[in-house]
Write a protein that binds this ligand. Structure first.
Ligand code: ACO
Length: 428
């Protein structure tokens, strides 16, 4: 007999089915709860709530396992290209040679953005944070492709929007940076692969020959793969919930970019470097900063530490830490921040406060040091995360629309005033 869960309310026992995923994860299916009992559940921050079933990414926070479509992250980061992983996430299987070539060349055809969009960039102040620019620009794409406003079009029409997004996000991201330096925009060079093309648009100058170390291109490829999806995190849930209202894909991704920006989520990579720089400037006394992080009267948190789901280790952080050592050695970079990060990690991992709360370095702890070594400016770190995460957001949006999920609309428990009589202003 299949497992059920029993809830007793007011002397009546109600039974709810237990559903099991392919990795043996179990959930009590309460979709009928309110209709059957009149009650709702309360779970702020959705710490115990499965918002959907999904066949894209599996992660086991206790064991530190992460797989995309069944493939371990360690293997993909080692052997695959980012575009291959994007195809895998979005379409469910690793592409054949022909599928990959078609996908790659279709992306290449859409890397340009409409010339009118250049004027938007120019209207932003040079100090504009690139995440604000990126989110606005991605939403603005919808105004150039009005046919995309209906997300329920044919599969081909959806695919075209997907290709446009994958192709144009690096261009928009690089131009956001160019605009902040008031340097001329570099148009994409389609003979370069995805990562090299991005680096070209970021760093090339019309007056100089463009050269890039293949180590830098490989590192970027790895980082993008590690960021490509992470099941129902804050930004992905945002993409799914915005998309569930049948808002178009550009608007949904733009909302995801905004959600990613926060320092508790993707914005943490910028915060980590700023924190390490502060510790360095302060003399590098790691113990002092660990004490601050533990002090409940102090708002300081160890950025890049802790995770909602990983309670043992973040497998991405493990890969990134090793990649960080390798890349810095290959590039001949000697960054004192790396030494501080390692010391901080060591002290925190031995400290009872961090041990008892299962706080470990997350993906953002070392990624900033690599980005810094690659020459990426600090304000662009979260933008890099967004480029990496795009295939995951798209895959999750596509799955949500194909499964015809209902509009996302949580309930609440109201705790405000019950009934008050209106008092005219002169009597208040
Ligand atoms: N430094 C110090 N204490 C911490 C930290 C930290 N980085 N993270 C959590 N804690 C403490 C909390 O104060 C809390 O302590 P308490 O039980 O005594 O009150 C306990 O650990 C649990 O923390 P919560 O905030 O309740 O855990 P939650 O799952 O809600 O938050 C989060 C997870 C947001 C990632 C948190 O660990 C954090 O703020 N980390 C720093 C920011 C960061 O690195 N974010 C990137 C996450 S990865 C990503 O999004 C890509």
């Amino acid at each position: 007999m299949s497992e059920t869960a029993k809830i007793e309310l007011g002397g009546t026992t109600y039974e709810f089915p237990v559903i099991e995923g392919t990795e043996n994860e179990k959930a009590i299916d309460i979709s009928n709860l309110r209709a059957a009992t009149g009650y709702v559940t309360l779970d702020t921050g959705y710490k115990n709530t499965g918002a959907t079933t999904s066949a894209i990414t599996f992660l086991d926070g206790e064991e530190g396992i992460l797989k995309y479509r069944g493939y371990p992250i360690e293997e993909l980061a080692e052997k695959a290209t980012f575009i291959e992983v994007a195809y895998l996430l979005i379409y469910g299987n690793l592409p054949t040679v022909i599928e990959l070539e078609t996908f790659r060349s279709n992306i290449t055809k859409h890397t340009l953005v409409h010339e009118d969009m250049k004027q938007f960039f120019e209207a932003y102040p040079a100090k504009a944070h690139p995440m604000g620019v990126l989110s606005s620009m991605v939403c603005s794409l919808s105004t150039f492709y009005p046919e995309s406003l209906d997300p329920n079009r044919s599969a081909q029409a959806k695919d075209l929007t997907i290709l446009r997004l994958l192709a144009k996000l690096p261009t928009l991201a690089a131009w956001a940076y160019k605009n902040s330096t008031r340097h001329p925009f570099m148009y994409p060079k389609n003979e370069f692969d995805y990562c090299k093309n991005f680096l070209y648009m970021m760093f090339a100058m019309p007056t100089e020959e463009f050269k890039v170390d293949p180590v830098v291109v490989d590192a970027l490829n790895k980082l993008f793969i590690l960021h490509a999806d992470h099941e129902q995190n804050c930004s992905t849930s945002t993409v799914r919930i915005v998309g569930s209202s049948q808002a178009n894909l550009y608007a949904s991704i733009s909302a995801g970019i905004s959600a990613l920006w926060g320092p508790l989520h993707g914005g943490a990579n910028q915060e980590v470097i700023e924190m390490l720089e502060k510790i360095h400037a302060d003399g590098g006394d790691v113990d002092k900063w660990v004490l601050k992080a533990k002090d409940k009267e102090d708002s300081f948190r160890l950025m890049g530490f802790g995770h909602r789901v990983y309670k043992n280790f973040d497998p991405r952080a493990k890969i990134i830490k090793k990649a960080c050592d390798d890349i810095l050695t290959k590039l001949g970079v000697n960054d004192p921040l790396l030494a501080i990060a390692k010391k901080l990690e060591q002290v925190a991992l031995e400290d009872e406060y961090f041990k008892s709360r299962n706080l470990y370095p997350n993906v953002d702890f070392y990624s900033g040091i690599i980005y810094k070594a690659l020459g990426i400016p600090t304000e662009m770190f979260t933008v890099m995360f967004a480029i990496g995460r795009l295939p995951g957001w798209i895959a999750q949006w596509k799955e949500m629309t194909e499964n015809k999920e209902p509009i996302g609309r949580p309930r609440q428990i109201y705790t405000g005033e019950v009934l008050r009589e209106y008092v005219p202003i002169e009597k208040r």
